[in-house]
Design a protein around this ligand. Structure first.
Ligand SMILES: Cc1ncc(COP(=O)(O)O)c(C=O)c1O
Length: 384
C-alpha cells in the first residue's frame, strides 16, 4: 500500500490522514492534547512548532490534515462551530462594499449571519435560486466576491451544479463557496468540481454521533488557506482539543455511515412517495426530483436527509413530528440516530418573513443508521 495519500482511496484516507502514531508512546490514536501552552527550550525554542493552543494544537492539527486530505484541498481548518467557520471565511474574503450571492434555500443560521451580522459591516447580498445557473448569473454584479451554495440544500434538498457555478464565479472574479455539510466529502467533492472553499458544520455527518459542535473550512489553494489560518488565529473561534478528537474519531466511519444513511433514506423516501398523507417528497434520489440527474452525476449516493410536505398543512406536519417515537424530535442532523423536525418552527424559524422562509407543512428527517424496517414502522404510525 502506498504512503502517498493522493493515491489512496477515501476510506483509507479517512482513517489514516493526520492520524500518525503518537511519537512519544506509539499510541495509534492521536492523543487529546488538552493543553493551552508549551514549554520552550530557551526563548523562541519551540518543540514541534507549538507555542499556544489557539494558534495550533496537535490534536487539532491531526483533524485539519485529515479534513484537507478528505476534501482534496491544500489547507483544512477546524473551528468551534459551523457558523464560526463561516464567519471566519466571510471576514477573510469580504470587505465593505462587497456583494455576495446567497441561495434561496439554506440553513437559517447562515442566512441570519448574512442578514443580521455581515450586512451591518457594509456587505450586501442577493438571494437567488442556485439550482438555476441563469438566475445566479443575473444576480452577479461587478462587486460580487462570493457565490455561496448549499447542495443538497437545507431543508428543501435542492441540487446545484457546482461545475457550472464555479465557471460563473470565476468569470466574475468571485469565489465559489460550497457548504458540503449535507453530502460530506464521501458523497461529494466540491473542490474537484471547481469550488474554491468548502464549509462544514462538522457537528453533523463528520462527527456523526450528535456529541460535538464543530465547523471546518477547506481551501483549494495554499495562499487562501494561509490567509484563513491567519484569521482563524486572529479571531480565535478554534475547535478545542477534545472536540477536534471527537470529530477525527467520527470521520473514521464516515464512509460506512453515509452508505447506510443513503440506503435507509432511499427506502423511506420511496415509502413516503406512496403514502396518502404525504403531499410531496423532497429527496434527490427519487427520479422525479428536478435535481436527480445532476445529483447522480456529482454525488456518489443521495445522502440521509429527506423532507416532505404533509397533506393537511402546518398543524398536521407538527402533529407528525410530535407523534414520532423512534425518530427523536430535535434540531440538527447527521448523527447515527434518526431525527425529525418542523423546519418552519425550529431550524429555519430565523428565516421567517424572508425569501428563505420554508413551507409551513414541511417536515425534515435526518435518517439514521438504525434498522430501516423500524424507521418505516415509526413513520407509518406517526403519519396515522
Ligand atoms: C448546512 C448547514 N451549514 C451550517 C450549519 C451551522 O453549523 P453549526 O450549527 O455547527 O454552527 C448548519 C447547522 O445546522 C447546517 O445545517
Amino acid at each position: 500500500m502506498s504512503d502517498d495519500q493522493s493515491v489512496q482511496s477515501f476510506e483509507t484516507r479517512a482513517i489514516h490522514a493526520g492520524n500518525t502514531a503518537d511519537p512519544l508512546t506509539g499510541a495509534v490514536v492521536p492523543p487529546i492534547y488538552q493543553v493551552s501552552t508549551y514549554k520552550q527550550d530557551g526563548v523562541g525554542g519551540l518543540r514541534g512548532g507549538y507555542e499556544y493552543s489557539r494558534s495550533a494544537n496537535p490534536t487539532r492539527t491531526a483533524l485539519e490534515e485529515n479534513l484537507a486530505a478528505l476534501e482534496g484541498g491544500r489547507r483544512g481548518l477546524a473551528f468551534a462551530s459551523g457558523l464560526a467557520a463561516e464567519d471566519c471565511l466571510l471576514r477573510t474574503v469580504l470587505h465593505p462594499g462587497a456583494h455576495v450571492v446567497i441561495p434561496n434555500d439554506a440553513y437559517g443560521g447562515t442566512f441570519r449571519l448574512f442578514a443580521k451580522v455581515v450586512q451591518r459591516w457594509g456587505v450586501d447580498f442577493s438571494v437567488a435560486d442556485t439550482s438555476d445557473v441563469d438566475a445566479v448569473r443575473a444576480a452577479v454584479n461587478d462587486r460580487t466576491k462570493v457565490i455561496w451554495v448549499e447542495t443538497p440544500s437545507n431543508p428543501l434538498l435542492g441540487i446545484t451544479d457546482i461545475t457550472a457555478l464555479a465557471e460563473v464565479a470565476h468569470g466574475a472574479g468571485a469565489r465559489l463557496v460550497v457548504d458540503n455539510t449535507f453530502a460530506s466529502p464521501y458523497l461529494q467533492q466540491p473542490l474537484a468540481l471547481g469550488a474554491d472553499v468548502v464549509v462544514h458544520s462538522t457537528t453533523k455527518y463528520m462527527g456523526g454521533h450528535s456529541d460535538v459542535v464543530g465547523g471546518a473550512l477547506v481551501a483549494a489553494d495554499a495562499e487562501l488557506g494561509e490567509e484563513l489560518a491567519y484569521h482563524q488565529n486572529a479571531m480565535g473561534a478554534v475547535a478545542g482539543p477534545f472536540d477536534a478528537w471527537l470529530v477525527l474519531r467520527g470521520i473514521k466511519t464516515l464512509a460506512v455511515r453515509m452508505d447506510r444513511h443513503s440506503e435507509n433514506a432511499t427506502r423511506i423516501a420511496e415509502m413516503l412517495t406512496s403514502h396518502p398523507k404525504v403531499g410531496q417528497v423532497l429527496y434527490p434520489g427519487l427520479p422525479e426530483h428536478p435535481g436527480h440527474e445532476l445529483a447522480a452525476k456529482q454525488m456518489k449516493a443521495f445522502g440521509g436527509m429527506v423532507s416532505f410536505r404533509v397533506a393537511g398543512g402546518e398543524a398536521a406536519a407538527v402533529e407528525v413530528c410530535n407523534r414520532a417515537k423512534l425518530f427523536t424530535l430535535g434540531e440538527s442532523l447527521g448523527g447515527v440516530e434518526s431525527l425529525i423536525e418542523h423546519p418552519g418552527r425550529m431550524t429555519h424559524a430565523s428565516a421567517a418573513g424572508s425569501p428563505l422562509e420554508v413551507p409551513a407543512d414541511l417536515v425534515r428527517l435526518s435518517v439514521g443508521i438504525e434498522s430501516a424496517e423500524d424507521l418505516l414502522a415509526d413513520l407509518r404510525q406517526a403519519l396515522g
